[in-house]
Design a protein around this ligand. Sequence first.
Ligand code: NI
Length: 258
Amino acid sequence: MLFDTHTHLDQKEFDSNRDEVLRRAQEAGVKYLVAVGCTASDSQKCVQLAAQYDGVYAAVGIQPNYIAEAGVNDWAVIEELATATGVVAIGETGLDRHWDYTPFDIQQDYFDRHIRLAQKHDLPFVVHMRDCDDDIMQMLRKARQSGLLKGIMHSFTGDAQMAAECVELGMHISFAGMLTFKKSQALRECAATIPDERLLVETDCPYLSPEPVRSKRPNEPAFVRHTATCLAEVRQVSLDELAKQTTKNACRLFGLTS
Ligand code: NI
C-alpha cells in the first residue's frame, strides 16, 4: 500500500481520464494521494476532488510562481479553504529563484503566511524549493522559534546536510521521480540517510515521470511505485517495508487513520 503525498490531480492533463488514472493508481497499490493546489482556483478544484474520490485528500495554497498573478481575494480564499473537509495540508508554498515570476520579497511574505496558516490549524505545510536552499533554511529556522515544524520538503533535491537540518527542525522529506534518474547518485545517497519515520514518496504528477517510465507523459500516481522501488533499493529494505513505513508516516502527518 502506497501514499502519493504530492500530485497535481486537478491539472487539465487529467480532465479527460481522471477516473482511469485513479483506477490505475488503485491497481498499483496507491491507496491514498494528496491533490496539491498551486492557485486559489486550483485549490478549490483539489478540495472538490477530495470530496468526490475515496482516498484523495487536498492541500490548499498559492505556489510561489503564481503569487504575482493572484487576485486580491485569493489569499482569503485559501484561508477559508484551510478548514474545508478533506484538506490535510497547506501549500504548496516555498521559494523559487529559478523562475522570475514573483518578486522575491513577496514570495517570502507568502511563504510566511502559509506557515502561519498551517500552524494555526495544526496542519503540515508543503515546501517547494528551487535554487534557494539558503533562503528556505533561513525562513524555516525562524519559523522553528515558535515550535517544532510540521511540514514536507516536497520533491527534495538538497544535500544530506540540508536534509538532516530539516529533519532536526521537524520536517519530513519527500522524494519524487528525480531520485530514479541515472545522474541522481548524490540524491540517492542523501535519501539513504533520512530517518525511517520522516520519509515520504510522491510523484509530483503530471510532471517528471520516474525511470523506467520516464518517457511516459503525463506522469501519474501509479508511477510512485517506481520511485518507492528505487528508494527501497537505496535503503536496502523490501518495497513492502518501504511502502508500509512511508504510508504510515504520511497518515500520521496528515492526521489520517490508515
Ligand atoms: Ni507540486
